[in-house]
Design a protein around this ligand. Structure first.
Ligand code: ZN
Ligand code: ZN
Length: 327
């Protein structure tokens, strides 16, 4: 077991003042990717478009606001030395604790005033960055470990890791290993590739109305993620491979592809929607029927309007039966 060598704990008053000033000038924002906020532009919505990307847009926007994440709110509050809530409980603000070093050989309390200690503590937590905090601790003049811990409001863990990873010229060489361990249930790369290969087998088409403004691709309207997943199961099982869960399949589909399922315009009748979706060649064959269909539609609308008008003009306020046309 490694023991803390108290002689390694050093405080340099002059350096710490510089660092305090520097820190407040930079006014660092601890939401790591705050620059990413608002970079996602809403897709241009066209009236002629039968597909809106709004739900996806909202989803992406929520995911991007990292400054609202609980973990980042906690980090930010802790670095500002105000009370914060971690995963388990409400924690008091970081502040240097009272300590009596009158008997200590380094005479820590007589070398550092209470105001110095408050500034040092604020500066340390204000960095909000693992390596900068470690470098800062290396600037300290010789003090005892108790005083060091009480001033910075830390346990002996951070001191241990500094002492373990100090270079011959007094720099911190370690790296932040917290939260870097690969989770045991992580989907393996091979499984992920299989899922992606499967998704890419399906034919896709560009959006008809918003081709220029949208990069979204559309899968056939009769497909769904569940249907695709059951096809994936049929595909994987004969190969004696363990399939990923539907949730994982869905996550890969949603996160790695800008795909949607084509939905034909709702207010179109069968004739119109057949014509809309037909290829240029097919359209030539449908042209005559479609033109006749449009003429009948117009006649029907005119007749309906005339009926409405007649009804409004009649003082008795009759109930008009609108003619139903079979067009
Ligand atoms: Zn001391
Ligand atoms: Zn129609």
């Amino acid at each position: 077991m490694y023991q803390v060598d108290i002689s390694e704990a050093r405080i340099c008053k002059r350096d710490h003042r510089k660092l305090v000033e520097y820190d407040y000038e930079t006014d660092e924002d601890f939401s790591a990717d705050s620059d990413d906020d608002n970079t996602f532009q809403p897709p241009p919505l066209s009236d002629s478009s039968d597909i809106t990307d709004l739900s996806n847009y909202e989803k992406k926007l929520t995911r991007k606001r990292k400054s609202n994440w609980k973990v980042n709110i906690t980090k930010s509050k802790r670095s500002q030395c105000v009370p914060y809530t971690n995963k388990k409980k409400v924690c008091p603000a970081k502040a240097s604790k009272a300590i009596d070093c009158s008997d200590c050989k380094y005479k820590c309390t007589s070398n550092f005033s209470e105001n110095d200690r408050i500034d040092i503590c604020k500066a340390y937590w204000g960095f909000g960055d693992y390596t900068r905090q470690k470098d800062y601790t290396l600037k300290f003049e010789q003090v005892c470990a108790k005083f060091f811990q009480a001033t910075l409001c830390i346990s002996n863990g951070p001191i241990n890791s500094v002492v373990k990873n100090i270079s011959s010229v007094g720099c911190f060489l370690g790296e932040d290993k917290r939260g870097k361990k690969c989770p045991g249930n992580k989907t393996s790369d091979t499984d992920k590739i299989l899922v992606k290969e499967h998704i890419e087998k399906f034919p896709v088409m560009e959006a008809h109305y918003v081709r220029k403004s949208s990069r979204k691709l559309y899968l056939e309207s009769n497909l769904s993620i569940s249907k695709m997943y059951s096809l994936y199961i049929d595909d994987v099982c004969p190969k004696n491979k363990i399939p990923v869960s539907e949730k994982t399949y869905r996550r890969i589909f949603c996160n790695e592809y800008n795909y949607s399922f084509f939905k034909p315009k709702k207010d179109l009748c069968a004739t119109c929607s057949k014509y809309e979706q037909a290829s240029d060649n097919e359209k030539k064959n449908l042209e005559a029927d479609y033109t006749f269909h449009l003429i009948r539609k117009q006649q029907c609308n005119e007749s309906k309007e005339a009926d409405k008008l007649r009804c409004a003009n009649e003082s008795s306020g009759c109930l008009s039966m609108l003619t139903i046309f079979f067009i």
